[in-house]
Design a protein around this ligand. Structure first.
Ligand code: ADP
Length: 445
């Protein structure tokens, strides 16, 4: 069965964060970032390469042609609209495709092209004449596995002979089956069941093992142990290990070094967000309905671009969206009470521009790299335990150097207390937050 045709049924393995639903967990944040971005994050930082083996074939390529890819794979790459390799692809792909195979640990922030890099390597390593699983990719959650599978199916569009299978919850295989698909993409629990308990495939015969989203993986209870158990059953000498993560702290490093022997380690430092290109304002309001009034004034001036409005609670977000909808505005709401599918659909619509305003809580404070968003409004300033939450402020409003365009941030102030928070944030960043007269919208145009 082709991977693109897999039905999305149950999501038992989805991690819920019931205790603090608005504080989205890592897996969810990673998924949402993928959905909303759908484009490459350019990173201007230098790449750091550590070679364990100085003889390893490590050079970088500037074109996809230089990789000696199978012609149909190359066609798939171009079909996806990729003209040239991204920075992380440029340096990892030669190692990933090297002969003899080379183990690799790679770290770069999400959106920089890691998935495309290892998917290309996975597809390149398949021997279609062998009718058994040769490549295994572990993802932390059902949804992330599906994302990777979709990227793989897309890239393999002109390689119909390559077959893939999802090992995720909801997928069922009759007892005593021997899988014939070349590639398995799955979550650790299901892969353990299929590979070890039911022996639907032979882990010893794998020639490529990919561990994706390692930092997310270890944030989920039990997943790290399961990965280690799977890893133990691989042919350590003949299976190429590829390890990917968006971050690389001590814990991830320990995990990586346990899984990947003699690796090349490639790291790309995250681009820092800054407030440099952002004009920041505050608007004095008397109360919540006055804030609403300010919002509608601002809304009237958001020309071509789009706006995101942050509220501190879901209740405020719901209230604001109801009120704006009543007044005939097309607004979207994204908050912690939506299912993952609903969130994806909200974000997809917003990215396509179907709604000009997105109202949200902190669910979305990271990864709002939607280029057309010109205005960010803090309906409520970010606070944590009553104190100004400068980090969240930066994530909501800040941008990395990749956007030449400048942005506008507007903070709505309805009490002395919030004014003090606003001043504290201003001092913290050393960047002026100017008074804006909401009645005089010319100022922000
Ligand atoms: P990561 O795994 O690091 O989060 P992805 O591989 O998912 O990043 O890539 C992020 C986005 O950029 C995806 O939408 C992908 O299709 C796109 N992309 C990846 N590589 C390229 C490339 N070389 N050129 C253009 N777009 C790319």
């Amino acid at each position: 069965k082709k991977i693109g045709a897999v039905e999305i049924t149950k999501t038992d393995e989805t991690v819920n964060n019931e205790a603090d639903p608005d504080k989205s967990n890592l897996a969810e944040a990673s998924l949402l970032a993928k959905i909303i971005r759908k484009g490459l994050v350019e990173n201007k930082n230098d790449i750091e390469i550590q070679r364990q083996d100085p003889k390893s074939p490590l050079y970088s390529i500037k074109t996809f042609e230089a990789l000696d890819l199978n012609a149909n794979l190359l066609k798939g790459v171009y079909e996806m609209g990729f003209n040239a390799p991204s920075k992380i692809q440029e340096t990892t792909l030669p190692a990933l495709l090297a002969d003899p195979p080379q183990n690799l640990i790679a770290q770069s922030q999400s959106g920089t092209g890691k998935t495309a890099a290892f998917v290309l390597a996975m597809l390149s390593r398949v021997d279609v004449t062998k009718k058994y699983p040769q490549v295994l990719c572990l993802s932390p959650t059902y949804e992330l596995a599906i994302q990777t599978g979709e990227a793989a199916a897309h890239m393999a569009k002109f390689c119909p002979e390559i077959e893939m299978k999802f090992a995720v919850s909801g997928e069922q295989v009759p007892r005593d089956t021997k899988l014939t698909e070349h590639i398995i993409i799955g979550t650790p629990g299901k892969v353990l069941d299929w590979g070890i308990k039911f022996r639907f495939f032979d882990l010893k015969k794998l020639s490529v093992f990919v561990l994706d989203e390692a930092d997310v993986m270890i944030s989920i209870q039990g997943h790290q142990d399961q990965c280690v158990r799977i890893h133990k059953n691989l042919d350590q000498n003949n299976c190429q290990m590829m390890f990917f993560s968006a971050t690389y702290d001590q814990e991830v490093m320990g995990f990586a070094e346990h899984i990947v022997k003699n690796p090349i380690i490639i790291r790309l430092k995250r681009e820092e967000e800054s407030l440099d290109n952002i004009r920041q304002y505050y608007v004095r309001c008397k109360n919540q309905s006055d804030k609403y009034h300010a919002i509608t004034n601002i809304y009237g001036t958001v020309g071509i671009g789009q706006a995101i409005i942050f509220c501190q609670t879901r209740k405020t977000a719901a209230w604001l969206s109801a009120k704006m909808s009543e007044d005939g505005h097309a607004v979207a709401v994204l908050s912690g009470d939506l299912t993952v599918d609903q969130r994806i659909s909200v974000l997809d619509r917003f990215r396509e521009g179907k709604e000009k305003v997105l109202i949200t809580t902190n669910v979305l404070s990271r990864g709002i790299d939607v280029e057309q968003v010109t205005i960010v409004v803090n309906f409520d300033l970010p606070v944590l335990n009553g104190k100004p939450d400068c980090e969240t402020y930066l994530h909501r409003i800040g941008r990395t150097g990749r956007f030449g365009k400048s942005g506008i941030a507007i903070n709505l102030i309805d009490s002395e207390e919030t004014m003090n928070i606003c001043r504290a944030i201003e001092n913290h960043f050393g960047k002026k937050i100017q008074l804006l007269d909401a009645e005089d919208s010319d100022e922000i145009e």
